[in-house]
Write a protein that binds this ligand. Structure first.
Ligand SMILES: *Cc1c(COP(=O)(O)O)cnc(C)c1O
Length: 380
């Protein structure tokens, strides 16, 4: 077998509708720039399906997070609590505005942030708490919202991976004061690059539209509320082109089918694991499965006891043609941040950095491939 993996970790799924809607935009009847027919359709989809007060399409989840930092008037001296086990954008958006980032640890038994760790970091300077629903699995939002509301701190859900996820019957992204989604090609619903800002606290809506439109009141002008538009606040260029939102709408219309396919793949992985462990084929240092529920079938990952076994599994899977990948490296230990970090050791964030492995997950992972992959992983 060849040394380079033939089965990639991720493969973008196309519904076929993307090209149709892009063709519609190209017909010349519609505008090409942002906030057109398709952007509005995508926004209503989010508002109606997930109970979000106001949704605004953005060029990425990273940019939606940057909008949150602007909306909260984050400035030098403010503190923002962020999990260390997350993507760099979660922290960068606030660091860009001069905030002091206070990194929280993961739970001992899940990559999601530990509310107790958040609690220990709250000071009078805390302006925001950002949570990340890892693999679409919900953080303990009751504990986090209660703590934040008591101290009048804003909560932002980085729901980049969490579309269709829910917490006690509420859609993820509809609970925090603000939330952000990603449509990067590695996410369940994608348009190459794209994102969305979800506003659940209505107080932020008007200003968010200004920040979104380069710091102008153009949105109000387009709605006929003012007779011209001008510079009224800070802002930037956060609107995606209609080509991107048309593509995205072609995915959103098929969301139930896309999710069904992903859940099938997830269930096959689960079954493969169960079958192999039933047959007592697992060795002592076999990886463990901690996902009890499917959540939104964003990914399938396993945990090893130590980094060496995890790294060996990556090499072994590669030799069998499967591309398996680790995930975040704790941000407090990153090249950029480690010399600035003053907090305690974050042992669980570090554990997930070192020991977590994600398996190939996409629509082309059929039953045979999944079983082969799990078999190679368990070295049977
Ligand atoms: C993917 C991801 C992002 C970044 O999303 P972009 O749309 O690529 O900017 C941010 N946070 C988390 C948790 C992610 O998984």
């Amino acid at each position: 077998m060849s040394n380079s993996p033939q089965i990639p970790f991720n493969k973008a799924y196309l519904t076929g509708k993307e090209a149709l809607y892009i063709q519609d935009v190209l017909s010349g009847e519609e505008r090409l720039s942002g906030n057109g027919k398709y952007a509005k359709a995508c926004q209503s989809f989010f508002e109606q399906r997930y109970g979000i007060k106001k949704a605004l399409m953005t060029t990425s989840c990273t940019h939606a997070l940057e909008m949150c930092a602007l909306l909260l008037d984050i400035e030098k001296g403010d503190e923002v609590i962020i999990p260390s086990y997350t993507f760099v954008s979660t922290a960068n958006a606030f660091a860009l505005r001069g905030a002091k980032i206070r990194f929280a640890d993961s739970l001992s038994d899940h990559p999601n942030v530990d509310p107790k760790s958040i609690h220990s970091l709250i000071t009078p300077k805390t302006k925001a708490i950002v949570v990340v629903h890892y693999a679409g699995y919900p953080c303990d939002m009751n504990a986090i919202m209660e703590m934040a509301n008591e101290q009048e701190i804003c909560v932002i859900e980085d729901a980049a991976q969490a579309i269709e996820g829910n917490y006690k019957g509420k859609a993820l992204g509809s609970i925090g004061h603000l939330a952000t989604f990603s449509f990067h090609e590695t996410k369940n619903i994608q348009c190459g690059e794209g994102g969305l800002l979800a506003i659940n606290d209505a107080e932020f809506i008007e200003r968010a539209e200004v920040i979104w439109e380069k710091g102008t009141n153009r949105s109000a002008f387009l709605e006929g509320k003012v007779d011209h538009y001008e510079w009224v606040d800070l802002g930037s260029s956060y609107l995606p082109s209609e080509l991107n939102t048309a593509f995205l709408y072609g995915q959103l219309e098929e969301i139930d089918n896309i999710q069904l396919k992903r859940k099938e793949v997830w269930n096959v992985y689960k079954r493969a694991f169960e079958q192999f462990s039933d047959e007592s084929l697992k060795s002592d240092n076999s990886p463990i499965l901690i996902q009890e529920e499917i959540s939104n079938a964003h990914m399938f990952y396993v945990l090893f006891e130590d980094k060496e076994s995890r790294d060996r599994a990556i090499v072994r899977l590669k030799s069998k043609g499967f591309q398996a990948v680790f995930h975040y490296q704790s941000l407090h230990r990153s090249l950029y941040f480690k010399t600035k970090y003053e907090g305690e050791e974050l042992q669980f964030a570090d554990y997930f950095s070192d020991c977590l492995l994600r398996l190939p997950f996409h629509h082309e992972m059929n039953e045979d491939l999944v079983f082969q992959c799990v078999e190679s992983l368990l070295e049977i």
